[in-house]
Ligand binder design. Structure first.
Ligand code: GCB
Length: 599
């Protein structure tokens, strides 16, 4: 009997382990860097879809695309017929029956390919929200979790010469142990929300590189180049033609080369967003990028850009095109948001609360906007779930990997408003901070807090994570969620780690544009005047904050959020925008515009 039990346990263990192996071998790879400048074929456009609100497609194995074999056969699914959906794009805004849908949609795309010997082929997704299971010609090639970061699968040995079919199961259901978790104050746009590309590379190709100024140095570049393939040892050159510069190096047997050189660089800054054409060459591959150089550091209680103190005049932005009521994904969408930030007088955007599309970051950098990039580690994360630490690390890698050569990015924000009392929260986020510093020692790292009390006109911030942040980033809603406890200009501050710079990462209140007639001194009427007063009081209060290095209103545009259910004033919108969802300026906009002009 005992013998039997042991063999069952053994079998189960083996099954479990082989399951784990299968799962890990089918995980997506972290995507190569600089996808916009690769040799690629776009798979954007119309994709055929099957809507699967009850999630039965898995059981029917729709990826097999079965066809009737004899006259009496039939198959109860098919991608032929309507509807189809545009990729990139969220599905909620494309079909009215999907407006509030959170669940499974199956996508299908066919493509023709002929891969020449000596070349490799990758299938690259800019982002799929939230889970993606990907099939090529009926075979599962892998899965990915996380709605805002890129991933890829190698198809070199799997792609057929001629016609091929990709099927993607997209599941936008909220996950209890997901990032974010189940509760968040933005619209859950599901679907293949960013570009899909086939990327062809050389057999040994330049997979990744990190080319930025060494921390604290205004003229020394320190980084590395990574090649991947069967010839890992390669000569490498990094060239900047405008500077007549050529840096030579050689990869080790793991394909990594150190890059280090000095030059008189024109530094990137909001006033002069200089980018250089940088060419990275290996023996048989080459890729070009536009890279800027700047330093960002905290010295004492100040933030220094290129060695000089800078005040961060920021705006919070969600990745939503307000006019289309859809997930922003194109340059046109991105420019609507970034131009509005510029017009307000910003020199920085906080891209809340998840990594935005790559064009958004590249465009912000070109426009002279510094970027705050954030992980969707928001409020209700299940830090003690055994799977969460690995998910955190993976998402961190995906975020940093894609944008680490963008000098515009000055802050990696690793969390927003998580709660110190959540089991394992502090341990998990402290470990994540260390990992982030190890993969990118050049930027500021931060955890946004609202662990605080506000009594007797004294604001007390005590989050233990502040110790691990370069900035103390505080979300405070005095005048909205917390009524004023005294004169704004007499507010007192008690901040743990009082020597660090302080950034007000959120403040504000709600108003419906054009609502000017109701009592203006009561919050419950959502008037522009009430919001305007909050901004007048807040800007007076900012003068009381020790080491203030910047502020960031919540938020630039009104945006969709289903928890906002006041049918008179909100109608499914968070109305803390300085601009309405139609782009109209509310009174508070002018207050902050003036404040930024003077700063
Ligand atoms: C916050 C959150 C932000 C919300 C905002 C609000 O503290 O960080 O995501 O949307 O408050 O409007 O309540």
């Amino acid at each position: 009997m005992k013998q039997v039990k042991i063999s069952i346990v053994k079998k189960l263990t083996l099954a479990f382990l082989s399951g784990l192996l299968l799962v890990s071998s089918l995980s997506a790879q972290t995507a190569m860097v600089n996808v916009p400048n690769r040799h690629k074929k776009s798979l954007n456009g119309n994709w055929q879809v099957i809507l699967d609100p009850i999630g039965i497609g898995e059981w029917k194995q729709v990826w097999q695309e079965k066809k009737p074999q004899k006259k009496t056969d039939f198959v109860e699914y098919s991608f032929d017929g309507d509807p189809s959906l545009k990729v990139p794009g969220d599905f909620n805004s494309q079909l009215c029956e999907l407006t509030w849908f959170e669940g499974v949609v199956w996508y299908k795309k066919q493509f023709n390919y002929s891969l020449q010997p000596g070349k490799r082929l990758f299938l690259h997704f800019g982002a799929v929200n939230y889970m993606a299971d990907v099939y090529l010609n009926g075979e599962k090639i892998g899965s990915h979790e996380g709605g805002f970061t890129p991933f890829q699968f190698e198809m070199t040995d799997k792609v057929k010469s001629g016609n091929n079919t990709i099927i993607v199961k997209v599941n936008s259901n909220r996950q209890v142990n997901g990032l974010p978790g189940t509760g968040y104050d933005w619209f859950n746009y599901g679907g293949i929300t960013r570009d899909v590309d086939l990327i062809e590379t050389k057999e040994t190709y330049i997979e990744d590189y990190f080319i930025q100024l060494k921390k604290g140095s205004l003229n020394r570049v320190l980084g590395w180049v990574q090649v991947d393939g069967n010839q890992p040892v390669q000569y490498i050159k990094v060239k900047i033609p405008e500077l007549n510069l050529e840096c030579k190096s050689r990869t080790d047997d793991k394909g990594r080369a150190k890059i280090e050189f000095s030059s008189h660089l024109k530094l990137w800054s909001p006033d002069s967003p200089k980018l250089y054409k940088v060419i990275v060459e290996s023996q048989n591959d080459v890729v070009a990028d536009s890279i800027g150089f700047r330093t960002i550091e905290v010295k004492g209680n100040q933030v220094l850009l290129n060695g000089k103190p800078i005040f961060l005049k920021a705006a919070n932005i969600h990745e939503e095109n307000p006019y289309k009521k859809a997930r922003a994904h194109s340059l046109v969408d991105d420019r609507i948001l970034l131009n509005a930030a510029k017009e307000l007088g910003c020199n920085m955007v906080r891209l809340a609360h998840y990594p935005h599309n790559e064009d958004m970051i590249r465009e912000a950098e070109k426009m002279g906007l510094m970027v705050w990039s954030e992980l969707p580690v928001y409020q209700h994360i299940q830090f003690s779930d055994s799977l969460v630490p690995a998910k955190l690390e993976r998402m961190l890698n995906e975020m940093v990997c894609r944008d680490k050569n963008r000098c515009g990015v000055i802050v990696w924000s690793l969390s927003n408003e998580t709660y110190p009392g959540t089991p394992n929260r502090n341990e998990a986020l402290i470990a994540l901070t260390a990992k982030c510093r190890a993969i990118d020692p050049t930027r500021l790292i931060c955890h946004v807090t609202n662990t605080q009390t506000y009594t007797n006109n004294t604001f007390n911030v005590w989050d233990p994570l502040a110790k691990y942040s370069d900035l103390i980033a505080i979300n405070e809603y005095i005048g909205w969620y917390d009524p004023w406890q005294g004169k704004p200009s007499e507010t007192k501050w008690q901040i743990a780690f009082p020597d660090k710079p302080v950034f007000i990462s959120e403040f504000g209140g709600e108003a419906k544009f054009g609502n000017n007639s109701a009592p203006s001194d009561e919050a419950a009427y959502w008037t522009e005047a009430y919001q305007e007063k909050i901004y007048t009081d807040q800007t007076a209060m900012f003068a009381t904050i020790p080491n203030l290095c910047g502020v960031c209103p919540w938020i630039l545009f009104d945006y969709r959020s289903l928890g906002r259910m006041n049918q008179v004033y909100q109608n499914g919108y968070n109305r803390k925008g300085l601009l309405s969802e139609n782009g109209e300026k509310k009174k508070a906009w002018y207050i902050l515009h003036e404040y930024y002009k003077k700063k």
